[in-house]
Write a protein that binds this ligand. Sequence first.
Ligand SMILES: Nc1nc2c(ncn2[C@@H]2O[C@H](COP(=O)(O)OP(=O)(O)OP(=O)(O)O)[C@@H](O)[C@H]2O)c(=O)[nH]1
Ligand SMILES: [Mg+2]
Length: 214
Amino acid sequence: MKEKPSLLIIGNSNVGKSSITRLLLPQPSKYKGKTGKDPGSTLLIKQVMQAQLPYKVIDLPGFGYIRHSSHRRREHIKQQIVTHIEKHHFNYFLALVVINILRIEDEITKYYIKSQTTIPLSFELIKFIQEFNIPLLIIINKIDKISNIDKKRIITFFIENAKYYGIDVINIDDYYNNQYETKIPYLDFSALKKTNLGKLNHFINLYLPKKNKS
Ligand SMILES: Nc1nc2c(ncn2[C@@H]2O[C@H](COP(=O)(O)OP(=O)(O)OP(=O)(O)O)[C@@H](O)[C@H]2O)c(=O)[nH]1
Ligand SMILES: [Mg+2]
């Protein structure tokens, strides 16, 4: 039997990667990868396969923000992720870069203040995935935690900074209308409220290789 293609879920620690993984599964209760309040809940690369799911989900441990963990431990996780992607990139049909909306302003501001940081910015993750020509969707998660006005302000801030960094980000609806090859779509999302889960599933299906579609 041919191997199922993989969906990569990547992002900083505690952004909601494991929660999103669960939402995609036909049998979420069978997924043991725990979600948790503590950043660093997932410390190993989790490959999730379920019979009714036409693809595999790779739930990665988060970069950075891991409390109670040494620099060595963080570097180890980072290296583990980089090696994994370098080795398996050909099997990925799509990568979801998950971002916590509450962390965006802080993360970007910190980047400008510090010249050197051990925490890779979401932009660095995006560039890294792009190098392997893996299609990307940015998930701006935890929107249930803020007002609509704040959401708009932060997303605008994110888009402007991404552009400065050479990354052209566009709303997923506009992306469909125009099919820009060079732009990266984003989706505002809440794993808690399941906001836009339908849009996420639709996007994943669009990228799923035809032979694997159910
Ligand atoms: N309010 C809110 N909380 C969320 C949302 N998504 C995830 N969470 C919570 O955020 C915490 C971290 O979620 P996880 O899914 O474990 O995050 P993760 O990215 O897998 O974290 P690591 O494995 O540590 O990298 C948990 O307490 C979740 O319940 C969301 O959309 N809204
Ligand atoms: Mg996790």
